[in-house]
Every structure is written in structure tokens, then in C-alpha cells.
Design a protein around this ligand. Structure first.
Ligand code: GLN
Length: 201
């Protein structure tokens, strides 16, 4: 087994992927390829015993509809306070402290403001390849009805930008991308999330 895939307790990492809606399968595939265990999370109880969570892209309003049942939103709110979580696209919207266009409920965990659907309609979805703070050269970034991060708090680190706006940000144990790294054949963003978990352990 790849030693990088184990924690100090020498147990493979178990990463949850919120599987209520949206692009969860491709995240699970990307995680498995990196040698960790991907666990689909569909109930609040399934948040137990995972080392990190990915909240995938999809439709944030639809996520909220599901999460408003069974106390899932409250459970997730407590979870993301302490456990590494990576939100992509709609997932980033759910993590954001402030959501605009229109304003909506969120987990309010990550100190950013996002404007939903900021680049126009579905047809505006774009693939951009650009340099980022990640090692290893330009990164392909797939944007699908993406939000725009219009404000970052003082402790938020920007790791990639599009037109001068952050598209990949980190604040402590939280990571958010306004694009879909699971749709590119490049594991660096998922690897970054795993490194963040391991460096914290
Ligand atoms: N437009 C969606 C929203 O506002 C996000 C799109 C995505 O996750 N690809 O929730």
C-alpha cells in the first residue's frame, strides 16, 4: 500500500462524499484512484468515522431541500466546524459564510462571499487551463454554472484565480473550488485535500 495513503495510525483515510444529489460518483472515483476509501454519505449518521468530506457540485438549492430534513443541516454544520471538508461548486456555495444572487441559507463555515451563477447560464460553462499555486504546471478547471467568490476573509488563502477572482481557496481545514476538479484527469486538487487532512493529523 502507498504509505501516503495512511494516517499516523496507519489506517487508510476514509473520505465521505455527500451523495444526496449532483456529481458525487466522479469524486468517489478520483478518491479511490488516490488510494483512499470513498464512502457515500446519505444520512447524518454516515458522517461518523470519516476523516474528511467532499460536498460535490450540483444545485445548492436542491441540496438544501434534502439537508433540511432529519436535522442533516445542523449535523453538517457541526461536522464542518471541526472536520476537513472540501466543497466544489454548489458545495462551495454551501460552505460560504455569505451567499448572494439570491441570498440563501448555508453552513456559513468558510469566510467567503459567493455570487451564484455569476458567469451566466448553463451555456456559459467553460474549461480554463491556467497556472495556479499548485505545483506541476497549469491546471484544467471545468466551470459549470459556477459561482464567483467576491470576497475572502483575512484568513482565507487563494490558490487559483479566474479573471482576478479566487476559484480555489483554503481556510484552515476547509477547501473550496468553484470549478469541478473531479471532471478533469488531474488528481492534484483531490491530493491537496488529502494532504490537508494528513498534515493536520
Ligand atoms: N449553479 C449551481 C448553484 O447555484 C452550482 C452549479 C454547480 O455545482 N455546478 O447551486
Amino acid at each position: 500500500m502507498n504509505h501516503q495513503s495512511t494516517t499516523r495510525q496507519d489506517r487508510p483515510l476514509i473520505i465521505g462524499v455527500l451523495a444526496l444529489q449532483g456529481a458525487f460518483e466522479a469524486h468517489a472515483t478520483a478518491l479511490t484512484a488516490l488510494g483512499v476509501t470513498a464512502k457515500l454519505v446519505r444520512t447524518p449518521a454516515e458522517l461518523a468515522n470519516i476523516d474528511g468530506l467532499i460536498i460535490p457540485g450540483g444545485e445548492s438549492t436542491t441540496f438544501l431541500k434534502f439537508l433540511e430534513r432529519d436535522g442533516f443541516l445542523d449535523a453538517l454544520e457541526s461536522f464542518v466546524e471541526t472536520t476537513p471538508t472540501f466543497g466544489t461548486c454548489a458545495g462551495a456555495i454551501l460552505l460560504a459564510k455569505n451567499v448572494e444572487n439570491p441570498a440563501q441559507t448555508s453552513l456559513a463555515a468558510l469566510d467567503i462571499t459567493v455570487e451564484r451563477n455569476a458567469y451566466g447560464r448553463q451555456i456559459d460553462s467553460t474549461i480554463l487551463t491556467a497556472p495556479t499555486e499548485l505545483p506541476g504546471g497549469p491546471l484544467e478547471m471545468v466551470f459549470i454554472r459556477a459561482p464567483r467568490i467576491t470576497r475572502t476573509g483575512p484568513s482565507v488563502e487563494t490558490l487559483a484565480t479566474r479573471d482576478g477572482f479566487p476559484v480555489l481557496v483554503r481556510e484552515g481545514h476547509l477547501l473550496a473550488a468553484t470549478f469541478h476538479p473531479e471532471l478533469s484527469n488531474d488528481s492534484r486538487v483531490h491530493q491537496l485535500f488529502l494532504d490537508l487532512i494528513r498534515n493536520r493529523a
